[in-house]
Write a protein of this length. Structure first.
Length: 244
């Protein structure tokens, strides 16, 4: 199957084998098939941070499509759910915690990998646990927030010890009451001179600010904006601060 239409760049060749995993059982069956045929496995979420080569993938491509949102004290979300659709629903229900992360493309399952962050918030602040399927055992396990080893744009899923984990569900702890996080300079400027914004107004502001910066994924082959602020030793920071 040609994979180009599954990526925001809208380019790329075919996978030798391809399936859509709409449940944990389907995912387990796909991994068992790959193991029996000695095939490498590539798991795809929203396709907004992957560049597929024209030669395609010599193995099994798995499109993560586990759906479902269970609303409660812990909100448990399938890895295949669209992230911003989930955020929009949380805001509509008056639940605080994800509003500053509005407009980020991709699936919920990809969110913990990068520990996505934007406009003064990081998703690690609201994640309770992550359910994963271990490729080596083909069995499920739950990782607590601490076990995910979240850091600045980092997690266990980007390290060797987490390379065999496929995220199937993510549990969030959201709040029915909250205070707007307006620490980011763009939000400070947007709400300057206004009353304290509501939850919905924070989401609208983030979407408005993002829309001015990024082209529409639906009309442009793009992966958005990628950057990471450098982290340096304190001694080097002190030297730079003194010099400049």
């Amino acid at each position: 199957r040609t994979l180009a239409d599954l990526y925001s760049f809208i380019i790329g060749g075919a996978a030798d084998y391809f399936c859509r995993a709409e449940s944990v059982t389907a995912l387990q069956e796909a991994l068992a098939f790959a193991s029996a045929h000695s095939l490498p496995v590539f798991v795809l979420g929203g396709g907004t941070n992957v560049l597929m080569r024209d030669g395609g993938f010599r193995g099994l491509g798995v499109k993560m499509e586990i759906q479902g949102i269970a609303w409660g004290r812990e909100v448990v979300v399938g890895a295949g759910e669209n992230w911003d659709v989930f955020v929009a629903e949380a805001v509509a229900r008056g639940l605080w915690g994800t509003e500053n992360l509005s407009g980020i493309p991709g699936t919920v399952g990809a969110v913990p990998v990068q520990n996505i962050g934007a406009y003064g918030s990081e998703v690690k602040e609201v994640i309770r646990w992550v359910e994963v399927l271990d490729r080596k055992t083909n069995k499920l396990k739950k990782l607590t927030n601490a076990q995910c080893a979240f850091a600045y744009r980092d997690s266990i899923f980007k390290k060797s010890e987490g390379k065999d984990y496929i995220i199937t569900h993510v549990a969030f702890r959201l709040s029915e009451g909250g205070t707007p996080n307006l620490s980011y300079k763009d939000l400070v400027a947007y709400f300057a001179g206004r009353q304290t914004p509501t939850l919905a107004e924070v989401r609208c502001a983030v979407l408005h600010i993002r829309a001015r910066k990024f082209p529409a994924l639906a009309t442009h082959g793009t992966a958005g904006s990628f950057f990471k602020n450098p982290i340096i030793p304190k001694e080097q920071f002190d030297t730079l601060k003194k010099k400049y």
